[in-house]
Each structure stands twice: as structure tokens, then as C-alpha cells.
Write a protein that binds this ligand. Structure first.
Ligand code: ADP
Ligand code: MG
Length: 248
């Protein structure tokens, strides 16, 4: 995939969830944006604004109610669950706020997980997982259980796992949300490095401007609508001035 190639193309995406009492709750309204290969983009907005719902669609974990979405040139709107799983496995590494590690499996096993369906031999999988643990500085911890590690270390294991599948795109939902600011900054610097040095496209969800600052572009969502999409402004107050009002 060449730099500047359009890899995410969302056009008027809407998402509604059925309500138990009947009817639906619409969470996303006409979300349209493009991401090119090699970009580092933040999707920022207050809690409940629809960021995770949006990321689940970007990551082909969920499909929209209406609108079209092309990921790496493939229309995912009407794909079967199997095809969605394949496209995720081929292109995307996920990093979540709560790490999503298997607590009873070793660090090494956790990192090897995405390699299960890659047609690699067990020894190739081990070798690759060890390589990834070296990249995040955790090669000495491969036999540990996630529960024996600090939050920052757990997130590094999760990043090693995301990298093991050789993703072109990393999707991170509040990746520093469970970390103190020092550990959070380390993780963000690492993302920056992956983006600049390896050209991995990163889409990161956050509700904090100080975290969005690490990216090169900011998409702001409020009540399920985009109200800013552009370079990261110099300060949060500058961002606030640029937000255009959305009328629901
Ligand atoms: P954010 O990540 O910005 O905090 P979310 O995307 O998680 O926001 O949620 C936005 C809104 O969508 C919330 O009101 C939430 O309750 C609702 N929502 C999210 N997922 C579901 C779901 N699976 N079923 C019903 N409502 C949902
Ligand atoms: Mg969320």
C-alpha cells in the first residue's frame, strides 16, 4: 500500500441500536471522512458521543445501519461475519483501553494469538512473537501472566500482539485511558514512532486533547456528528473555537 492511498472511505455512515422499549437510538449521523495510508488521526469527543461505535465500524467489528464504507478498497457494508474477520485479520491491529489480554495465558501466548490463522508453523509463531516482545522491550517477560505486569506493560503486550499480525492499520480505542500520564506518554510516543518509521496508519480514539496532540489530524465528534476535521489545533481552546455547531 503506497503512502497517501485512501484506505478508509466512510460516506454518510449512520448507526442505530434497537431499544428494549421499542424503537431505536441513533448514535451516528452522516459520518463521512477519509483516511490515507500513513496518517495518524485522532477521533476525539466527549464520553457517549459515539467514538467507540464509530471505531467498531472502522475496524469492521460492526456494520453501519446505512451509508457506505470502503476499507482498503473493499465495501464492507454487506460483508458476512467471516469476510469481516478475514479483512480484520489481514489489515488491522487493535489496541483497547483495557488491554483485552487473556489473563490465564502467558505474555508469549497472548502475542502469538493473531498468528493462529496465518499458516505459520508453531516455531515461526514463537519466533515472531518474541521479535514483537523485543520491539516493545518485554522480551524478558514472555513467561509472565498479564496479571503480573503493570498497566503500561500490559498495554505494551497488547501492542506487540497488534503488531504480530503485521498490520497496515492500528486502531486504538482510548489506549492510555487506564494508564497514568507517564506510561500513557510512553505508549503515545511508541505509536508516533510506529507511524513515522514503519508507516503504519493509526486511528486513535480519545476524549482528551492532550492525547490527540500526538496525532497529525483530529476528527471531533459531538452527539454522533463530526464537527471538526483538520490539523490538530494548537490548544484545546483553539479547538473549541473551531467546532462548528451541530443541530440535532
Ligand atoms: P463513546 O465511545 O464516545 O463514549 P459509544 O460509541 O460507546 O460512545 O456510545 C455512544 C452511544 O451509543 C451511547 O449512548 C451508548 O449507550 C450507545 N451504544 C453504544 N453501543 C451500543 C449497543 N451495542 N447497543 C445500544 N446502545 C449502544
Ligand atoms: Mg468509547
Amino acid at each position: 500500500m503506497k503512502k497517501n492511498e485512501n484506505i478508509i472511505l466512510m460516506d454518510k455512515i449512520c448507526k442505530s441500536f434497537p431499544l428494549e422499549v421499542g424503537g431505536v437510538q441513533q448514535v451516528l449521523f452522516d459520518i463521512s471522512f477519509k483516511v490515507n495510508s500513513g496518517e495518524f488521526v485522532s477521533i476525539m469527543g466527549p464520553s457517549g458521543s459515539g467514538k467507540s461505535t464509530c471505531m467498531n465500524i472502522v475496524g469492521a467489528l460492526d456494520t453501519p445501519t446505512s451509508g457506505t464504507y470502503q476499507l482498503y478498497g473493499r465495501d464492507i457494508t454487506n460483508m458476512t461475519d467471516d469476510d469481516l474477520a478475514k479483512i480484520r485479520n489481514e489489515y488491522i491491529g487493535f489496541v483497547f483501553q483495557n488491554f483485552n489480554l487473556l489473563s490465564k495465558r502467558s505474555v508469549l501466548d497472548n502475542v502469538m494469538l493473531p498468528l493462529m490463522y496465518r499458516g505459520m508453523s508453531p516455531s515461526e509463531r514463537v519466533e515472531r512473537a518474541r521479535d514483537m516482545l523485543r520491539r516493545v522491550g518485554l522480551e524478558k517477560f514472555e513467561t509472565y501472566l498479564p496479571t503480573q505486569l503493570s498497566g503500561g506493560m500490559k498495554q505494551r503486550v497488547a501492542i506487540a500482539r497488534a503488531l504480530a499480525g503485521d498490520p497496515k492499520l492500528i486502531l486504538a480505542d482510548e489506549p492510555t485511558g487506564a494508564l497514568d500520564s507517564k506510561m500513557g506518554n510512553e505508549i503515545l510516543k511508541f505509536f508516533k514512532q510506529l507511524n513515522k518509521e514503519m508507516g503504519i496508519t493509526i486511528v486513535m480514539i480519545t476524549h482528551e486533547f492532550d492525547i490527540a496532540k500526538y496525532s497529525d489530524r483530529l476528527i471531533h465528534i459531538y452527539d454522533g456528528r463530526i464537527n471538526y476535521d483538520g490539523p490538530v489545533p494548537e490548544s484545546e481552546s483553539a479547538l473549541t473555537k473551531k467546532l462548528h455547531r451541530t443541530n440535532k
